[in-house]
Design a protein around this ligand. Structure first.
Ligand code: GLA
Length: 398
């Protein structure tokens, strides 16, 4: 019932697919992971704190250099390939899935001291279900970014020294915001580049200061279950931008640069000026930032078993104050909690996608079964329950 990913098994078929499409061997293959955010939701576009972990689900990319200025892209999940000219890339220029790799090629070319790309053939295989809220797009961007940077590094010695993982995450983020047009924060690209096995990443999204915090689930007798509700992402882009606008407006009312600079007391004192829903939107962000700091402190104390109440409070806040949950996510969280999870919450942007549940190892099957039963009783599509462990970030695999 609970699925465990094995990305290494997919490498052989990807290399075969590359040879079949391109007619030669790739120069290499790269993997970048999706992510689950433990806590710190909708805080990364107002300079706040997040605590995500990389998972073993991700995107594999087989890539070979070209020298004719063309970028040719295939995906094993998408019917349409793309054949693009590097000098014609830019914001809004490419539609569909290839906007992500094309956006990365454009952003890297823009980056200071960035890559000189001669052209690329790229074949990708994504195991993160699109729409599951597990950052399939950041995985695609980061696998492409690392591949392009390493291959252009071969062309020009020293390029890699200037384009480390944080710069590559920034280029991938720029691709998503400017080239694709999704006004997201930087969390997903940072964790996809910087993830470490056995660790969650405590990230200050203003300074990009990052701290690897041990999350020894097995040693603590815990499991982290991801429940992909398979509910269609409803209105996600418009509603995401609307929440972002409301949070930026609240910062202006409070007279701070970003909500990162506001305290819960400042928000409550400005209740009248913020109005409704402004007050609730701002309340979510400042309280969520405080919860991330508490969660990070618990991980530093090696007490992941005490995270439950923070996860529960985060979900209530996302449901009632930010209003980004949905019936399927609420059902998953309630069923997991009622059947023994220490805590559960929606993860990612919301409006569908996935929930996570922190579960004592011995209750894993019971919680999984309870979630499936609750979905059936509610008449929802069966969800997918996935066991995850904190995994490594983007890397070369062949
Ligand atoms: C999406 C965005 C992230 C972040 C989350 C919500 O995953 O890509 O930047 O804002 O939603 O926390």
């Amino acid at each position: 019932m609970i699925r465990i990913p094995r990305p290494s098994r997919r490498l052989g078929p990807l290399l075969d697919a590359f040879r079949a499409r391109v007619g030669r061997d790739p120069d290499g293959a790269w993997f970048a992971p999706g992510r689950v955010n433990l806590i710190g939701e909708h805080t990364d576009y107002s300079g706040g704190f997040v605590l995500p972990l990389a998972i073993e689900y991700g995107v594999l990319a087989a890539v070979a250099r070209r020298d004719d200025g063309r970028l040719r892209c295939w995906s094993l999940q998408e019917p349409e390939p793309a054949d693009l000219r590097l000098d014609e890339l830019g914001p809004g220029k490419v539609q569909g899935w290839a906007a992500y790799p094309a956006g990365v090629a454009w952003a890297l070319a823009q980056a200071d001291g960035g890559a000189e790309l001669g052209g690329m053939d790229l074949v990708v295989d994504g195991e993160v279900p699109a729409g599951a809220g597990l950052s399939s797009s950041a995985a695609l961007e980061c696998a492409t970014a690392l591949a392009l940077a390493e291959l252009s590094g071969l062309q020009r010695a020293g390029a890699l020294d200037r384009l480390g993982p944080v710069e590559l995450a920034a280029a991938a983020h720029r691709a998503e915001v400017e080239a694709v047009g999704m006004p997201c924060g930087v969390m997903d690209q940072m964790i996809s580049m910087l993830g470490q096995p056995g660790h969650a990443l405590f990230l200050d999204t203003r300074t990009l200061e990052a701290e690897q915090l041990p999350l020894p689930l097995d040693e603590a007798g815990l499991r982290l279950l991801v429940i992909d509700t398979r509910a269609p992402h409803r209105l996600v882009e418009g509603a995401y931008g609307e929440r972002r606008a409301a949070i930026e407006a609240a910062a202006r009312v409070l007279g701070v640069a970003e909500l990162r600079d506001a305290t819960p007391a400042m928000v409550e004192d400005a209740a009248d000026a913020l109005g409704d829903p402004g007050l609730r939107r701002a309340r979510h962000v400042v309280r969520e930032n405080a919860r991330v700091l508490e969660a990070a402190a618990l991980l530093r104390e090696a007490a992941p078993d005490r995270l439950g109440p923070l996860l529960a409070a985060s979900h209530v806040s996302l449901r009632d104050d930010l209003e980004v949950s949905c019936p399927e996510l609420d059902t998953a969280v309630a069923a997991a909690t009622d059947s023994g999870a220490l805590g559960a919450r929606m993860t990612g942007a919301g409006f569908g996608g996935s929930a996570l549940a922190l579960v004592p190892a011995e209750l894993e099957e019971r919680v999984g079964a309870a979630v499936l039963a609750a979905f059936e009783a509610a008449g929802f599509r069966p969800p997918e329950v996935i066991g995850v462990r904190p995994a490594g970030g983007a890397r070369r695999v062949a």
